[in-house]
Structure formats: C-alpha cells, structure tokens
Ligand binder design. Structure first.
Ligand code: PHE
Length: 420
C-alpha cells in the first residue's frame, strides 16, 4: 500500500521499508515560517542574529530539510544504536535520507566552507522534524538556530590566551549565573576531548558561555518588558552530553519560577574539525529551539498558533514589533477517550501520528490517562484522552464524533491494536 516514490520539494525519492512520512507532512516543507516577514519566529531569529557580528558569522537560512542519514547522524558521531535514529523518533524518506532532526546536520558542510566564505563562524536557522507527543509545546515541525565559531591557533600556538583576551573584550551579559558545572573536567573520560588541552577547551567554553549568556539576557529581557528590567536574569550551566561536542552543556533560565532548558552546546569535537580540514582550529557550537523562546517573548500559549493562517494572528505582529500576544478568542475543548489492548510492540509516537493524521491541528493534546496489564492474560491496555479544540472556531459535536470514529477505525488497521 506504500507508493514506490515520494515527492518532497519537487524532488522524487524512492521509498523503502523505512519510509514513514505521513501525507500531512510535505506541506510543512514549503512554509518557511522563519523567513516570513514579521512572523514571530522570523523576528525572534533576527533578534538573535543581531547579537552576532555579521563580519564574523555567515548566516544560512534556506538550507533544504532533506538530508542524508550520514549528515544527520553518522558524521556527528551518533552510535548505530542511538535511539534518535529509530523510526519512531525520526522521519525517514528512505534508508539513506531523513528530514533533518536538528540543524547540526549541517555542521560538517559549513565547517568545511569556513575558509571559502572567509568568516570564522556561522548561524543556521531552519525547520527541523521529529516524531513526538501532541501537546501545546510539541509539534512535529519546529525551528532551530545553530551557531558555531572557530579560533585559529596562529603562529604562537597559544590559542587559550588569544581566546581569553577576546572574552575579556566581550559585552558583559546582564545575567546572574547562580550555578555552573565545571567548565572542564580534566581526566573525566566523557568530558575530556581528544586534541584539546584543558586550558584551550576552557577558554573556548568561556567564550561560548559568555556569548550565549548575552543571547538569553537580550531575548529574555524583551520577554520581561521594561517593568522588571531591573532584576537580573538567573541562569545556570548544566553539564550535558552530545555525540559531537565535548565538554557539552545545557543552559537553563529561571523563568516563571521554573528552570527552563533553552539550548544545548559545547566545544566541537576535534575529529569533526579535523575531517572538515581544520586541524589548526578549535571551536564551539550551540543549538537552540526558536519556538520555545518565541512563546516566552510573545506570550504565545500554543505552538500550533505559529502555523495558523488566521489573519487575527498575523495582524498582531505585522509591524515586526515584539509585543504580548492577545488571544483573539477561546473555543471550547472536547475530550474523548479511547482504550485498547496493545500487541507486543507499541510506540506511543505512532499513536500520536495517527491521531494527528486524522485530527491535524484540531487536536490540542493527547494524554495517557490509564495503563494496566491484565493479571491473567498478561495483555496490556492503554487509555488515551484526546483533547479536540480548534484555534479559530467552535467544533460541532458531530464533527468531533466523526473525528473520534475515524481514530477508532484506523487503530486496529494501522497499529494492530484491539479496541476495548
Ligand atoms: N543539535 C542539538 C540538539 O538538537 C543541540 C546542539 C547543537 C548541541 C550544537 C551541541 C552543539 O539537541
């Protein structure tokens, strides 16, 4: 029942047993929300871009989302059994080709181009694709910005002091770092990267942290407005793991009384730079999610709104000024439960995608509300609650009933579960 080919952005690909692109997805590939004038995602991108000197950072905003498995995973050092590679997490066009799951898919090619372009850094903003849960902050398509910067060893080879001198010249960010993991743990097998001395990695990491503290202080300063501009933003550095950076960190921001993770980053593993022809350089990279930041800057409560074609959404931001989103109206929620026995293997993301395939943006969220294993038969039962709610109109009972009926009908057929 699977067609032999699939056409995405006017290019036709052969399909195979890994293909899992739902019919609803190709239309997202042409939206380019991050480039639409005055769209909140575009304004957020420009706000962040303006904090990086264009003399040092080349910007790339139109890279194709269709990449090879090598670009997205292999070249970055993802192990063969990394869960991110699975069909339940990633959209496969075929066994060699995926929709990028992160902007890091372009790291290797853009590092290779550094000398040609003549700048030591770059920024990439793009749509990325991940199979995921359904709720107000998750959508199968979102946007990331990736940044990277390298430093040349030069003749004196004392790269650490050169970088530290540059750090001292940077604007001091208006943040309070309340907690920080060690910048460089010497001797820790995970944290110490081949090819860097501790002093080098530490200098590069400090440069990275300063630059990113500047980004969050500006962006969250916008979000807070002038009222609380006096109070310094609290941030903390948490040690993290990515296959392509070492040491690696996450930056968390204290916002509305909770710690929010806003980005991942680290010192680029030297083998990556070596392969790209830069054994003489050392550098950092970061990746951040634009939706999460834009939702805070604008007070946008639901990630689906970014995709809305409703004039009442676009009109509010037409002048490109960052301001609080004014909800144009609220429409009623309608909850429907569905329970079923699952076969041996069941991936929740497959269920999420089935629901999305039927309900599209009319589904606000889906929650697992009950799960149990029958004591005698050992069979497992799941019960999910689907929350139907449109962003721009009231749904009729008949409409919701018919959507729910379609979900029920598709379940045994597509996921081989038994309805209860
Ligand atoms: N690509 C990583 C992610 O999507 C983020 C990242 C980018 C981490 C660059 C380190 C360096 O989670």
């Amino acid at each position: 029942d699977l067609p032999n080919t699939i056409t995405l952005n006017n290019i036709t690909y052969n399909t195979d047993s890994l293909t899992n692109i739902p019919a609803t997805l190709p239309s997202y590939l042409t939206r380019n929300l991050h480039l639409q004038p005055s769209h909140p995602l575009s304004t957020t991108r420009q706000t962040i871009e303006s904090l990086f000197s264009s003399a040092l950072y080349e910007t790339y905003n139109t890279l194709s989302p269709i990449v090879t498995v090598a670009q997205n995973f292999d070249c970055l050092g993802f192990p063969a059994d990394h869960p991110g590679r699975s069909r339940s997490d990633t959209y496969y066009v075929n066994q060699h080709t995926v929709l990028r799951t992160h902007t890091s898919a372009h790291q290797a090619e853009k590092f290779r181009l550094l000398d040609t372009v003549g700048k030591p850094g770059y920024l990439i903003t793009a749509d990325v694709y991940r199979r995921d849960a359904i709720d107000r902050s998750h959508y199968p398509v979102f946007h990331q910005m990736e940044g990277a910067r390298v430093f040349s060893r030069g003749a004196d080879a004392d790269i650490a002091s050169t970088v530290m001198a540059e750090v001292r010249g940077m604007t001091v960010p208006e943040v309070e770092v309340v907690e920080s993991c060690p910048v460089y743990e010497d001797g820790n097998p995970v944290q110490s990267a081949k090819g860097h001395t501790a002093a080098e990695a530490e200098a590069v990491a400090r440069h990275l942290q300063r630059q990113l503290e500047l980004v969050v202080s500006r962006v969250f300063g916008e979000a807070a407005g002038s009222a609380s501009a006096k109070e310094k933003l609290k941030v903390r550095w948490v040690s993290a793991y990515f296959p392509f950076t070492s040491p690696s960190y996450e930056l968390e921001v204290f916002w509305n009384n909770e710690w929010l993770e806003v980005l991942g980053c680290g010192v680029v593993r030297q083998d990556l730079l070596d392969y790209a022809g830069h054994s003489d350089k050392i550098g950092w990279a970061f990746g951040l999610g634009l939706e999460r930041i834009a939702m805070l800057m604008y007070g946008i409560p639901d990630i689906r709104l970014f995709w809305s074609r409703d004039e009442r959404f676009a009109r509010q931001f037409a002048d490109g000024v960052v301001r609080r989103y004014e909800p144009f109206s609220r429409y009623p929620h309608c909850y429907k439960d569905v329970a079923f026995w699952v076969p041996g293997t069941f991936h929740e993301n497959d269920f999420m995608e089935l629901v999305r395939g039927v309900g599209g943006d009319l589904v606000e969220d889906v929650k697992l509300i009950d799960e149990f294993t029958h004591p005698k038969t050992g069979r497992k039962s799941m019960c999910y609650r689907i929350n139907y709610c449109s962003l721009d109109r009231t749904l009729t009972n008949e409409e919701v009933d018919s959507l729910q009926e379609k979900v029920r009908a598709a379940l045994p057929e597509k996921l081989h579960v038994e309805l209860r």
